[in-house]
Design a protein around this ligand. Structure first.
Ligand SMILES: *[C@@H]1O[C@H](CO)[C@@H](O)[C@H](O)[C@H]1NC(C)=O
Length: 288
C-alpha cells in the first residue's frame, strides 16, 4: 500500500517534470505587454524587447514551474541606458503570500556601469537586495544569467558562476519560496523613478527606442500541472556547492558585490533582518 502510494507520487512527479532544453519564445511564452515591441525571431530562439516613450514590453511563461534552473542569455541596452530596467525573474501568480526571485539590470549613463540587482521575496516579504557590478560590458555580447531554484536553495549565476546563494532555512524561521509555482518573466521598462539611485537621472528619450536582446531560454524545471507534485524535483543539482565553487563565489563577491542588505546598518539601524543576524547569516547564506 505504502509503496504503491510512493510509486504514484513518483510517477506524478515524473509526469509533471520536463527537461526542456532549448526553450522557444513562441511556444513557451505569452506576450505580457508592449504588443509589437516584443519581437520574436529565428523561429523562437531569440527575441528583442523594446522600450519607447509609449511603453515598455515583456513576456511571461505559459507554464508555471515549481523549482528548476532557468537560463537566459541577455544583451543589454547599449549606450545611455540610464533609467531603463531589463529584468529576468520568477514570480508567483497571486498578490498574497507573494514569492519572487529577481534579476534586474539597472541601466546607466554611457560608460558608467550597469547594476545587477537581485532580490528574493518569500511569503510576501522582499527587501533582500544584493547588487553587483559586472566584470564585463553586458551590452557588447550575450551573457548567460541563471536562477537555480530548488527546495534546498536558490542560486543566482552569471555565465555559470554563482554570485549569490540562499539556503532554505525554514527550520530556523527564515521564509523561503517552496509552496507555490512561479512563472518566468522577461521585461524591459521605464524605472527612472527609482533605478537611477531614486530618480537622480531621467531616461533620455532622444536615445529611444531602447532595445535588449534575449536568446536561448532554457528551463530544466518541474512544470506544475493540476494534481501533480514537484516535491521531489531537484534537477539533479541539490548537492550544494562544491568547495571550489564556494571559493569562486567568494572571490567574485569580494570584487563585485556593491550592496548587501545584510550589511546595510543605516537602513536597519534598529537591527538587521532575522536571517542577517550572525548565526542565521552563516546558516542561510554561507553553508551548504
Ligand atoms: C551608475 O554609475 C555610477 C557612477 O559610476 C554608479 O555610482 C552607480 O552605481 C551606477 N548605477 C546606477 C544604477 O546608477
Amino acid at each position: 500500500m505504502a509503496s504503491s502510494h510512493v510509486f504514484l507520487m513518483l510517477s506524478l512527479c515524473l509526469a509533471s517534470s520536463t527537461f526542456a532544453f532549448g526553450g522557444n519564445f513562441y511556444t513557451d511564452f505569452d506576450n505580457l505587454f508592449g504588443d509589437k515591441r516584443v519581437n520574436i525571431q529565428e523561429g523562437g530562439r531569440s527575441m528583442s524587447l523594446t522600450l519607447d516613450k509609449f511603453s515598455g514590453s515583456g513576456i511571461a511563461s505559459k507554464n508555471e514551474y515549481l523549482f528548476g534552473r532557468f537560463d537566459m542569455q541577455i544583451k543589454l541596452v547599449p549606450g545611455n541606458s540610464a533609467g531603463t530596467v531589463t529584468a529576468f525573474y520568477l514570480s508567483s501568480p497571486g498578490t498574497t503570500h507573494h514569492d519572487e526571485i529577481d534579476i534586474e539590470f539597472l541601466g546607466n549613463l554611457s560608460g558608467e556601469p550597469y547594476l545587477l540587482s537581485t532580490n528574493i521575496y518569500a511569503n510576501g516579504k522582499g527587501d533582500r537586495e544584493m547588487q553587483f557590478y559586472l566584470w564585463f560590458d553586458p551590452t557588447m555580447d550575450f551573457h548567460t544569467y541563471s536562477i537555480d531554484w530548488n527546495p534546498q536553495r536558490i542560486i543566482f549565476l552569471v555565465d555559470n558562476i554563482p554570485i549569490r546563494v540562499m539556503h532554505n532555512r525554514e527550520d530556523l524561521g527564515v521564509p523561503f519560496p517552496t509552496r507555490q509555482p512561479m512563472r518566468v518573466y522577461s521585461t524591459l521598462w521605464n524605472g527612472d523613478a527609482w533605478a537611477t539611485r531614486w530618480g537622480q537621472v531621467k531616461i533620455d528619450w532622444s536615445k529611444a527606442p531602447f532595445i535588449a536582446g534575449y536568446r536561448n531560454f532554457n528551463a530544466n524545471a518541474c512544470i506544475m500541472r493540476q494534481g501533480a507534485s514537484c516535491a521531489g524535483f531537484n534537477g539533479g543539482r541539490n548537492r550544494g556547492l562544491s568547495a571550489a565553487t564556494k571559493k569562486k563565489m567568494k572571490e567574485i563577491r569580494s570584487r563585485w558585490l556593491v550592496y548587501d542588505y545584510c550589511r546595510d546598518f543605516r537602513r536597519y539601524s534598529h537591527g538587521l533582518p532575522f536571517e542577517c543576524r550572525k548565526k542565521n547569516h552563516r546558516l542561510t547564506f554561507e553553508e551548504s
